[in-house]
Design a protein around this ligand. Structure first.
Ligand code: DGL
Length: 282
């Protein structure tokens, strides 16, 4: 029997859920957690010193994810949710074998929802997620009749991390990425990167209302509700305030995230060993 098989133990149930992303993308998952699991305490980590993840190799991603989950376990997390599709696509299965803590990813919840939402499915995601082919394979496993088109969108994460949501450049880039999907007559679009729901105001102006938008975060959190119930890990008491940590500049993260959180978070820095910060981070 593992620590996670026991009957509801108050020390475990009140422990936080750890969620992580490369930056502010995970806030779209946090929003769903606040809606669906308001009684849970959350530990948020943004790996801002090493973003974007979407241009990294599978080895780099695995290395980063191990750092983060190891740290979350040290912080006493009772569950870890990858609030990052790139990590989910490239590292989930490996770290699920390495760590005892339950770890959830976005691909399967997103793929199941996509297969229900449509037959002609577009996926927008980071280049690394598209290259992994994880969404296409998962969607086809649920519905072999579905057709899937994937577009890598390398410019989105930098634009969002610079807070340039309403900038004309962002709209131009979005129109360019969506064009081949619209040309295929898609009936569903998966936001295959947790940063992208932040662009909803832009997508609104570009997509027809006939296209069902699938935000895997909603379905990941629904899966977490089921998992917590199954494992007797659900917390019933009040949540503690969310704790925010980043590997890069805490003030920069606080300044950027206030628009989505509606308050200025207290953010602390966590520095993993220097050797783990590979070139390319800001
Ligand atoms: N938000 C992450 C994802 O869902 C990572 C984006 C990035 O850093 O490139 O893929």
């Amino acid at each position: 029997m593992t620590a996670y098989d026991t009957l509801a133990d108050p020390r475990l149930t009140s422990a936080p859920i750890g969620i992580f992303d490369s930056g502010v993308g995970g806030l779209t998952v946090l929003r769903q957690l606040d809606r669906q699991l308001p009684q849970e305490s959350i530990l948020y980590f943004g790996d801002t010193a090493r973003l974007p993840y979407g241009n990294r190799t599978a080895d780099e991603i695995l290395h980063f994810v191990r750092d983060i989950i190891g740290w979350m376990v040290d912080q006493g997390a009772k569950m870890v949710m990858m609030a990052c599709n790139t990590s989910s696509a490239l590292a989930l299965e490996q770290v699920q074998q390495e760590f005892e803590v339950p770890i959830l990813g976005l691909i399967w919840p997103g793929a199941r929802a996509a297969a229900q939402a449509g037959q002609r499915i577009g996926v927008i995601a980071t280049p690394a997620t598209v290259a992994s082919d994880a969404y296409r394979q998962a969607i086809l496993e649920v519905n072999p009749q579905a057709q899937v088109w994937q577009v890598g969108c390398p410019a989105f994460v930098p634009l969002i991390e610079q807070g340039r949501i309403q900038h004309p450049e962002t709209r131009r880039v979005a129109a360019r990425y969506l064009q081949p999907l619209m040309a295929q007559g898609i009936d569903a679009l998966v936001y295959g990167c947790t940063h992208y729901p932040h662009l909803e105001p832009v997508f609104q102006t570009l997509l027809s209302s006939q296209v069902q938008r699938v935000d895997p975060a909603t379905h990941l959190v629904a899966a977490a509700v089921r998992e917590l119930t199954l494992l007797n890990l659900k917390h019933t008491g009040p949540a503690r305030p969310t704790r925010f940590y980043v590997s890069g500049d805490p003030q920069g993260f606080a300044d950027l995230s206030v628009r989505w959180l509606g308050y200025r978070p207290q953010v602390e820095q966590v520095v993993f060993s220097a050797a783990t910060v590979l070139p390319g981070g800001s």
